[in-house]
Ligand binder design. Structure first.
Ligand code: CUA
Length: 193
């Protein structure tokens, strides 16, 4: 309503009707966009709440040492016939098994790890190989190391009085050296003795 305007245009009522219609149109469009955004938030919120964002794989802590993937003889580095390199490790207070891990440079390496007693974690040197290890869950990620040589692998989740002294080592071998060792099909590690 523009009745108080000092000099209304001759067709003031007509142009007002047009602008009111345009405003209403835009109001409906904006409300539809807001409704759509709210709907997206609700749907994704419920979706992610009912389904965690990453794949969750569980493992029974009680039988970890006696059967299945994480028995001691299956830990370390393996190369599948198709060339996929997998490292399996277990963290416990206060060490990693194996203590020394061999990996090839410039090849994708998949880590699969879990913990037996408390929440542990590890990071390999300054690489992006970094994960938490939680009892009952299998942590897994794939990464590629580019620098050869030995890296320290400390536990980075406070896990008790021995946390400070809990660390392993990772030896990154040139791919050809690794492949010549891996062809035997055995579990590789660089633990001495
Ligand atoms: Cu294990 Cu800190």
């Amino acid at each position: 309503m523009n009745a108080a305007a000092p000099h209304p245009a001759p067709d003031g009522h007509a142009s007002e009707a047009v602008s009111v219609a345009a405003e209403r149109r835009w109001a409906i469009i904006v409300m539809a966009i807001i409704a759509l955004l709210v709907l997206m938030m609700v749907v994704t919120g419920l979706h992610w709440a009912s389904m965690p964002p990453s794949r969750v794989e569980t493992v029974d802590v009680k039988t970890l040492h006696t059967r299945g993937e994480f028995v001691e003889s299956n830990l370390g580095t393996t190369m599948a016939p198709d060339g996929k390199v997998t490292v399996r490790l277990v963290a416990q207070q206060y060490s990693f098994v194996p203590q020394c891990i061999v990996v090839p440079a410039d090849m994708p390496v998949t880590f699969r790890g879990t913990a037996t007693d408390a929440i542990h974690g590890f990071v390999v040197g300054r690489t992006n190989a970094n994960t938490m290890l939680i009892p009952g869950f299998v942590a897994t990620f794939t990464t590629t190391f580019h620098r050869t040589g030995e890296q320290l692998m400390p536990c980075h989740e406070y896990c008790g009085t021995g946390h400070e002294a809990m660390w392993g080592r990772v030896q990154v071998l040139p791919a050809e050296d690794f492949l010549s060792r891996a062809r035997t099909g055995e579990r590789l590690s660089c633990v001495q003795g």
